[in-house]
Write a protein that binds this ligand. Sequence first.
Ligand code: AMP
Length: 288
Amino acid sequence: MKVLHSCHEAFAHAHHVRLEGQRLGFVPTMGALHEGHLALVRRSKEECDATAVSIFVNPTQFGPGEDYQQYPRTLEQDCQGLRDLGVDFVFVPTAQDLYPVGFSTYVHPPRVAEPLEGKFRPGHFRGVATVVLKLFHIIPATAAYFGRKDYQQLLVIRRMVEDLNVPIRIVDCPTVREADGLAMSSRNRYLSPQQRQAALCLWKALNAARERLASGEREGAALQRHMLDVLYDQGADRVDYAVVADPDTLEPLQEVDRTAIALIAAHVGKTRLIDNLLLEPSPPDEPN
Ligand code: AMP
């Protein structure tokens, strides 16, 4: 497995793969890899002839006071895991490579970037869209693999690729969870054993919404209140949002009469966690 640091080398490699008529799968990450990331890599390996992974903690998607400096960096371990999976090359640029002096062009993200994460992390999706578009130019893949764990990010990338005619197929992959339901995340490393237990509140709240819906509660606001109750009761220190929304636009739903998505961002100690779950309304009662 090649570990490439320069944009030029990464492009040359990717371009070569494509020129040979091979399908190239690409998995962009910020490293500190876990099974969630590896599932994306496995999916790419299944569907493509060659697989590239990028590892880059992107400064432009972190706000002031967020965890850019502390974000876990475990490059050697990450490379070992990727080598074991048979990845063809890993692209590890530096911030100076991607944002040299004078850098000043950004992607204005689509409308779906505005609510939820967009409200609580202003500028976040501008940074994400910009770096992903740059990476797509450096690694002109056939398909790129993203996790549903970051559901809004997935919608932002899909929309951007469509709006800007980027010829890369976006593949979404299910959220990989720990045995007890906690969504895997590089940020879970920040949690103390006690906080690790409290972090389950997101999964519990999402399931509580699903159960309430199954038992007949269709009012979006009531489901949201229920999620908030469960979150605070089960260990959240602060909740940024807990909403039931349209899965395409992310606008809150007054009534869950079709497929919806429940999304949560909550703080446990200093760690901010996100998770989501698709909700299907139960079929109306059969007339006797
Ligand atoms: P990150 O390194 O956090 O930027 O994530 C890189 C990619 O891995 C993104 O597409 C994430 O959505 C995806 N990802 C992160 N955690 C998970 C998970 N638990 N399950 C599935 N995909 C994930």
